[in-house]
Ligand binder design. Structure first.
Ligand SMILES: Nc1ncnc2c1ncn2[C@@H]1O[C@H](COP(=O)(O)OP(=O)(O)OP(=O)(O)O)[C@@H](O)[C@H]1O
Length: 253
């Protein structure tokens, strides 16, 4: 693992109207790190991931992606090679064949015409088939995506990321809709792929157990601020109780 810093966030703040969603966050993430982002509902996890994905504009603070100011990346191809996003299966196109959804990972690399053609005739089919093989779905390549189970659809989304090959993967509650066996399957596959390809991963999770099982480092958010940012083995049950406590502040009197 290199020690190159892939994500460098300084004093990131974001409001929605007068409500604070992110409160002066600062942290760095190195290449190859796998970070779980945890915290109660409304803590700011999605807002943070969406800020790194440029889906939410920065308000104040600074963010460097691989040493470059995020706002100076051209949209499209250059940024898609740096940052890829995986969500629950909702961003797959249900009526399309699996292989076409996987090829959509390439769309940022192609011109519009070629992209539209790709919906009819699979281009770069070999790369897509190799990605499907890696996630164990070769036999489903030509099935209609919406007929697959939730866990299989999430693996299609992983195959699409394999084709896109971004250096940083942001996963927003990637297993929230899956049963425990399928959630384990998807997380072990995701973390294996990320470590094999020396990618950098940040995943928001509602399950602390999954965070502990699959991630090296845990960043916790509460009310838009970092409560703790620690190697997984240093996170105690007391810290987690405070994180999820409904009380605003524990008294130290
Ligand atoms: N588009 C928006 N407009 C207004 N308020 C928003 C918007 N997006 C998020 N918020 C608010 O910002 C805060 C942080 O929301 P965010 O979705 O980032 O939290 P989260 O930690 O991802 O929550 P969850 O675990 O429930 O998904 C919340 O109070 C939310 O209501």
């Amino acid at each position: 693992m290199t020690s190159k810093i892939m994500i460098d966030v300084k004093n990131l703040t974001k409001h929605f109207e007068r409500k604070i969603a992110l409160s002066s966050l600062s942290f760095t993430i190195k290449q190859g790190e796998m970070v779980a982002l945890i915290g109660p509902s409304g803590a700011g996890k999605s807002t943070l991931l969406n800020s790194i994905a440029r889906l939410v504009p920065l308000e104040s603070g600074e963010m460097l992606i691989d040493g470059q100011n995020i706002s100076t990346y051209k949209r499209g191809k250059a940024f898609a090679k740096k940052v890829g996003v995986i969500r629950q299966q909702f961003d797959l196109i249900g009526p399309l064949a699996v292989i076409h959804n996987v090829l959509a990972g390439k769309l940022a690399d192609w011109g519009t015409v070629k992209s539209l053609i790709s919906l009819l005739v699979p281009q770069e089919k070999d790369a897509a088939l190799m990605a499907l093989e890696r996630v164990g779905l070769t036999d489903k390549a030509h099935e209609i995506t919406s007929t697959l189970s939730g866990g299989e659809q999430q693996r299609v989304a992983l195959a699409r990321l394999l084709v896109q090959k971004p250096e940083i993967i942001l996963a927003d509650e990637p297993v929230a809709s899956l049963d425990p066996a399928r959630a384990d399957d998807v997380l072990s596959m995701l973390t294996k792929i990320v470590s094999e390809d020396n990618q950098t991963l940040i995943a928001s999770l509602h399950s602390v157990d999954y965070a502990r099982k699959y991630f090296d480092r845990i960043i916790s958010l509460k009310n838009g601020a970092i409560l703790f940012d620690l190697p997984t083995e240093k996170v105690t049950d007391e810290m987690l109780a405070e994180l999820y406590s409904l009380k605003e502040h524990s008294s130290h009197a």
